[in-house]
Design a protein around this ligand. Structure first.
Ligand code: C5P
Length: 235
């Protein structure tokens, strides 16, 4: 497979319960300024114009919902919905099985609902230019410690070599399928690819691609929207 111009399929794992957020709904279905995180994420992917199709990996009880009820009508015909699994890696596997025809896949947390469209473009540009696994990263602002089971510090890694990792994470589809096949679980897909010995490259992330995990993150996301920072709708 030498052709790097093939289709790009976005996979949105949205099957997590999001218990840390403290909301009654699965996290991806929580609304920000009247639209769900899931809908916002799908819109950003298509606004980038580098994503051909999107697979939503939904909680099993919502997997039979027509795409048009989950995302804007304008995108529904390019969106399919499949049921997620117990662990995130199971959900990504379900998404991959519905991404037939993809040359590359972008795995993107629906919880990163304010991700700007140009971050998708940066990741896809890197894939087209020759990378098989690409992740967006930001410098780490806090000093990071490793600790033992009792919480005693065991080390202080050199901060200049550390990066905080975001999504979308972009992959050669066959590479991610191989890496994911035997995975028990991983907090990030690139971790599986690294374990399989493959090179993972980075592009600059974006502070707006932060993951909405806690109630404080929800406050921040709503404040960002209220502040008028440019969102995909206005692009
Ligand atoms: O739990 P965490 O915040 O790391 O989840 C990241 C993303 O993976 C979320 O969008 C969540 O909905 C999704 N997920 C999933 N299936 C699971 C667990 C998490 O699709 N079993």
């Amino acid at each position: 497979m030498n052709d790097r111009n093939g289709p790009v399929v976005g996979i949105l794992p949205a099957a997590g319960r999001g218990v840390r957020l403290g909301e009654p709904l699965p996290k991806a279905f929580v609304e920000l300024d009247g639209r769900t995180m899931l809908d916002r994420s799908v819109e950003a992917m298509f606004a980038s114009a580098v994503v051909d199709r999107v697979v939503i990996v939904a909680p099993p009880e919502l997997a039979a919902t027509p795409a048009a009820r989950l995302v804007g009508e304008a995108f529904a015909d390019r969106v399919s919905v499949v049921a997620g699994g117990a662990e995130r890696a199971d959900s990504v596997r379900a998404g991959l099985s519905a991404a037939s025809g993809a040359r590359f896949v972008l795995v993107h947390d629906a919880a990163r609902a304010l991700t700007p469209a140009d971050l998708f473009v940066r990741v896809v540009d890197a894939l087209r230019a020759g990378s098989d696994a690409v992740i967006p990263v930001l410098p780490v602002v806090d000093t990071v410690k490793s600790v033992d089971a009792e919480g005693a510090v065991t080390g202080t890694p050199d901060r200049s070599t550390l990066r905080a990792v975001q999504t979308p994470q972009g992959f050669d589809v066959a590479l991610l399928e191989r890496a994911n096949r035997d995975a028990a679980d991983a907090t990030d897909d690139a971790g599986l690819v690294e374990r399989s010995g493959q090179r993972v490259t980075t592009v600059a992330g974006d502070p707006l691609a932060f993951k909405i995990t806690t109630p404080l993150d929800l406050v921040l996301a709503r404040a960002v929207l209220a502040s008028g920072v440019r969102t995909e709708k206005e692009m």
